[in-house]
Ligand binder design. Structure first.
Ligand SMILES: [Zn+2]
Length: 129
């Protein structure tokens, strides 16, 4: 698979404003924060810090089979924050300001078409024994 297709499929691309640094998750030509048109496409950073998190026990339609699951606000090195799924860990393991790494995971499956939707989540780095 061509990288261009792969990164769109996994939603790893963000559009960053070169003027104020804001992330946009959908292609845009104008920054929603500062109205600049200096937008560059880039890869979502692979490391982030956990800011806050919560367990979702009553998920929206399509995510029922995954409940309960954890979502959190993660913060990148440049201070940009993002709401993302947290995976591969127990809720008790999570602590504010811990380091996380980005992984690609199945997000949901469309019941009618059987289409599996992938996207990024974050997890604590795997400990090396
Ligand atoms: Zn901007």
């Amino acid at each position: 698979m061509a990288w261009r297709h792969k990164r769109f499929r996994y939603r790893l691309v963000v559009w960053r404003c070169l003027n104020c640094g804001a992330f946009h998750h959908y292609e845009t030509s104008i920054c929603r924060r500062c109205r600049s048109n200096r937008i560059a496409e880039e890869l979502l950073p692979s490391r982030a810090k956990l800011v806050t998190f919560t367990a979702v026990k009553n998920p929206p339609a399509g995510f029922e089979s995954q409940a309960p699951y954890v979502v959190g606000i993660v913060e990148f090195e440049d201070g940009t924050r993002l709401l993302a799924g947290i995976t591969d860990c127990d809720y008790e393991e999570l602590k504010p300001s811990m380091e996380l790494e980005r992984v690609v995971r199945k997000l949901t499956q469309d019941g009618e078409s059987g289409l599996i939707i992938y996207g990024y989540k974050f997890r604590p780095p795997i400990k090396k024994h």
